[in-house]
Design a binder for this molecule. Structure first.
Ligand SMILES: *Cc1c(COP(=O)(O)O)cnc(C)c1O
Length: 385
């Protein structure tokens, strides 16, 4: 029985990250690649740091506890985590993905795994009837993100998981945008949760990391084997930084979301803005589903300016909000999905799913809301044709 019942406390005490050797309240950075063995054939807990390192293990326990899974895994990047998880499948299998999954997820399936005959199909994961039609006998998993980048499309995680279970297919949820503080896919029925720890979990735009959590112990064994066999593990220094980031996740997310809600309202009522994509805005696609499965709408917003405003000038006019890839850091960032995060998706597919050239994506940081709105306001004004 745990001594705390709330995620806020688990973020700080979960996974017991106190050093077992000294009692240091922060797990040390065990900067070592190997461990002395007392005698032949004893197979101690720590042997070689690709297989296991105490700092990484503390993070792995922590993320497993936060996501309410049985086992967690830390990788050198979100893509390394996704690659290890996709390695669970074999030639001839197929993975269903939603149309706007992270660009790198699409790319690794399209350009890397397809060469090994692991196929993928793009499915409409926000329409369960359409999704069910795509579940051919070779489909072994459905990989979703909710909300999905960059149109913040909401997918009914519980609905997908129930459908998947009926067809004996795994449900994999990339929970990067929400974090376990706002949404927990495993209790909703998912089998595997993925994270780019680079984003909100690290939270300070200073480390690249990936995480995976499973519910089923046998699946955990297989993923542990794959993590060790393929070797894309997170180093001890970066494991420490992610643990440190996670401790402040709740307070950061509260401010991220408070700012995002105000920004979404601001954009939604701005005469120059044609459309706002934010699942926390009542009337948005998936608003009700998101409210059921998540604490709130998160802190990612996309929007489109009307034809009287030039999006290119908007980008070049921002002063505080930096143009950069990535998201989830304390600083607000703006991104142009068509040429940045989703550039690896062919233009025809991009346009078809709504990632038009004038789409603007914001990662709302934790600055003062007044400064954020002032920057957006002056950049919109400057972009007037
Ligand atoms: C960034 C991101 C990834 C990839 O993570 P890296 O740490 O950059 O490898 C995967 N999924 C989502 C939703 C992301 O935002």
């Amino acid at each position: 029985m745990s001594i705390y019942r709330h995620t806020e406390s688990a973020l700080i005490h979960g996974g017991n990250t106190i050093d077992p050797l000294t009692g240091a309240v922060n797990i040390p950075i065990y900067q070592t690649s190997t461990f002395q063995q007392k005698a032949l054939g004893l197979h101690p807990e720590w042997e070689y740091a690709r297989t296991g390192n105490p700092t990484r293990a503390a993070l792995e326990r922590l993320i497993a506890e936060l996501e309410e899974g049985t086992r967690g895994f830390a990788f050198a990047s979100g893509m390394a985590a996704i690659t290890a998880v996709l390695s669970l499948f074999r030639a001839g299998d197929r993975v269903l993905i939603s149309s706007n999954v992270y660009g790198g997820t699409y790319r690794v399936l399209d350009k890397v795994f397809s060469a090994f005959d692991l196929h993928y199909a793009i499915a409409d994961t926000d329409d369960l009837n359409e999704l069910e039609k795509e579940i051919t006998p070779d489909v072994k998993a459905i990989l979703v993100e909710s909300p999905a980048n960059p149109l913040m499309t909401v997918t009914d995680i519980q609905g997908v998981a129930e459908l998947a279970k009926r067809h004996h297919v795994l449900t994999i949820v990339d929970n990067t945008f929400m974090t376990p503080y706002l949404q927990k896919p495993l209790p909703l029925g998912a089998d595997i949760v993925l994270h780019s720890g680079t984003k909100y979990l690290g939270g300070h735009s200073d480390v690249v990391a990936g995480l995976a959590v499973v519910k089923d112990a046998a699946l955990g064994e297989r993923l542990a084997f794959l993590q060790n066999a393929t070797g894309g593990v997170l180093g001890p220094q970066d494991s420490f930084l992610i643990i440190r980031g996670i401790k402040t996740l709740a307070v950061r997310m509260d401010r991220h979301v408070e700012n995002a809600e105000k920004t979404a309202e601001f954009l939604n009522s701005h005469p120059a803005v044609r459309k706002v994509y934010y699942p926390g805005l009542s009337g948005a696609q998936g608003y009700e589903v998101n409210r059921r499965q998540a604490k709130n709408g998160g802190a990612m917003i996309s929007f489109i300016l009307d034809d009287q405003h030039d999006y290119r000038v908007f980008f070049s006019s921002l002063k505080l909000i930096a143009l950069a890839e990535s998201l989830g850091g304390v600083e607000s960032l703006v991104c142009h999905p068509a040429t940045m995060t989703h550039a690896s998706i062919p233009k025809e597919i991009r346009e078809k799913v709504g990632i038009t050239d004038n789409l603007i994506r914001l990662s709302i940081g934790i600055e003062h809301i007044g400064d954020l709105l002032a920057d957006l306001s002056q950049a919109i004004e400057a972009s007037s044709k």
